[in-house]
Design a protein around this ligand. Structure first.
Ligand code: THU
Length: 135
């Protein structure tokens, strides 16, 4: 977390708190996410698993869908955190959803609960996305 701005530290902290509400009895892998809007508003999410495994939702998409359903789409960054050996990586499906709604310049803050963080742009983690231009 050293070297991270206060705003970014707060977002990682919001993701850490959200992770405590994860429902992950099948994988045992709890994840938290927090996204920040252009006016500083924050929406959080945690992974929510299901006994029909494929219905499980990742923390990132829970946070994003909560925010969109509340009328927000002006996202500037998203933080994701887990108890992983290195900062946790969003899965491919979440990268696609993040890319569509955040755009390639937005920030992805990957973190673990030991305090390791890695900052990338959306374009760096999904360089050649499918997007609306194909439709
Ligand atoms: N998971 C997330 O919530 N976000 C990620 O970035 C990676 C994976 C969840 C999905 C599943 O509930 C558990 O972690 C194990 O894959």
């Amino acid at each position: 977390m050293d070297g991270l701005s206060e705003t970014r530290k707060k977002l990682v902290e919001a993701a850490r708190v959200a992770r405590q509400r994860a429902f992950a009895p099948y994988s045992g892998f709890s994840v938290g996410a927090a996204l920040e809007c252009s006016d500083g508003a924050v929406f959080t999410g945690c992974n929510i698993e299901n006994s029909s495994y494929g219905l499980s939702l990742c923390a990132e998409r829970v946070a994003i869908f909560k925010a969109v359903s509340e009328g927000r789409r002006d996202f500037v960054r998203i933080a994701v955190i887990a108890d992983s050996h290195t900062p946790v990586r969003p899965c491919g499906a979440c990268r696609q959803v993040i890319s569509d709604l955040f755009g390639s310049q937005a920030e992805v803050i990957m973190a673990n609960i030991s305090g390791a963080v890695e900052l990338r742009t959306v374009g760096e983690i999904l360089p050649i996305p499918f997007d609306r231009s194909f439709l």
